[in-house]
Design a protein around this ligand. Structure first.
Ligand code: ZN
Length: 439
């Protein structure tokens, strides 16, 4: 690939505490060859001057669902990782709730091999906590980590009791891997959905109390074990955020994430393209007051990371068929965040929650990812975007197989121009690529 000299970009690197209003950045042979002012282009370099554009370390998504192998009609690894790169992500973490789940070493090896041959960006693969995500028998954590698991999670389900969780936290601690929990207490959900069938992921009533009960019991397990491994997924309510804030003030080493949709949407959504059928996700969207609390918690550091919870599904053509809960969204994470009026004033904090925070959640992703930080001589692992540009998700530009997003055809601010992952261009915006002669 041609060398690339970016002139006058804003450089935000939270890992180094940097926010430079205007500087030049030279990429040569996949390496950051220069950072400074008035850099001289190397021979044959493409020189791009785009005032107001921003370069940051590549984003890391700690929570997405790839569906393959198992359900390729919902998503494919190649599509999800192309969408990730187009969303600014240089690496992602994939959950274990495939069909069947990743709860044994042979299954993990199969999934990791597919990830490696089909993925456009590196994939940190989670294994399950318990067999079949049923919350009963713990998996062989040590063997799974030795075989390449980056963390463990029963995400989608929350059926473990506190004793099993505590036991697994101790094992995760000795391996220095994250144990991520989907915080919806299934006993509380079961009471709300008395006659709704046996699959808790399909229950439609998901009260806030289920999340608050789960967060309280998770925090008890952390207190009891003094664990440093626990990560709480997709917080959605003001009360559970308050519990996490209190736990951090108390000195508990937990991390937490929030999704772009829980930060920016509330109430009950319907899809105008689909006979106004409901658009739902687990956990559900909450109230405006909850959203305000989530933003406060993101800005004050109670919440460490923004995670997509990319959950692609087919959209059934039969209007009587219920849509599976969840949104396909890894490609529009930054844009959805920027729809909030206050977001651009807090851009460095948002970038921190897409870079440094996710690395903290993953504990030691160093084996897969380059050192954090945009430093001369390191492989280019970075995201370049234009916060002033805009785009609309549509069939012509959407890369995920799943088009189940509430942002379909909405004009969204912010456009990713390029993503480099471990020294390679994982995504170049089409218009930019043509302009400067890069593929
Ligand atoms: Zn979940």
């Amino acid at each position: 690939m041609r060398d690339l000299l970016l002139r006058g970009v804003r450089l935000i690197d939270p890992s180094l505490g940097l926010d430079l209003a205007s500087c030049d950045l030279l990429l040569s042979d996949g390496v950051v060859a220069g950072i400074g002012s008035s850099l001289r282009p190397s021979a044959g370099a493409a020189v791009v001057e785009r005032a107001g554009t921003v370069v940051t370390p590549a984003f890391l998504d700690v929570h997405c669902h790839l569906r393959e192998p198992g359900q390729p009609w919902k998503e494919r690894v190649a599509n999800a990782t192309a969408a990730a790169a187009a969303g600014g992500f240089g690496a992602i973490s994939a959950m274990a709730n495939l069909q069947p789940p990743v709860d044994s070493v042979p299954r993990l090896l199969q999934v990791v091999a597919k990830n490696r041959s089909w993925g456009r960006v590196p994939i940190l693969q989670f294994a399950a906590c318990t067999a079949g995500l049923r919350g009963q028998e713990p998996v062989e954590v040590e063997a799974l980590v030795a075989a390449g698991a980056a963390g463990i999670s029963d995400d989608g389900r929350n059926a473990m009791d506190q004793t099993t969780l505590s036991e697994l936290l101790v094992r995760a601690d000795s391996l220095e891997i994250p144990l991520a929990v989907h915080p919806e207490d299934e006993r509380v959900l079961a009471m709300a959905n008395e006659w709704a069938g046996s699959d808790p992921t399909a229950w439609s009533l998901r009260p806030a109390e289920a999340e608050e009960a789960a967060v309280a019991s998770i925090l008890r397990a952390v207190r009891e074990t003094a664990s440093k491994s626990l990560h709480i997924q997709h917080l959605t309510t003001a009360s559970s955020v308050a519990l996490v804030r209190g736990a951090k003030q108390e000195g508990l080493a937990v991390t937490a994430e929030v999704t772009p949709h829980h930060l920016t949407l509330d109430g009950f959504l319907r899809d105008p393209d689909q006979d106004d059928r409901p658009l739902t996700c687990n956990p559900p969207l909450r109230t405006r007051a909850d959203r305000v609390a989530l933003w406060e918690a993101l800005l004050d550091g109670t919440i460490d990371a923004v995670a997509s919870d990319h959950a692609p599904h087919e959209v059934p053509s039969d209007p009587l068929q219920k849509r599976a809960p969840g949104f396909s969204g890894i490609q529009c994470v930054l844009s959805v965040l920027l729809t909030d009026q206050a977001a651009s004033a807090h851009l460095p904090r948002l970038i921190e929650a897409l870079t440094v925070g996710p690395r903290r959640v993953m504990r030691r992703p160093g084996a897969t990812l380059p050192e954090p930080g945009l430093v001369e001589g390191r492989p280019a692992h970075l995201t370049w975007f234009d916060p002033a540009a805009s785009w609309s998700p549509a069939t012509t530009n959407w890369l995920s197989v799943g088009a189940n997003t509430p942002f379909w055809r909405r004009e969204l601010p912010g456009q990713i121009l390029a993503t480099f992952s471990r020294g390679r261009a994982a995504y170049i915006n089409r218009g930019l690529g043509e302009e400067i002669g890069l593929e």
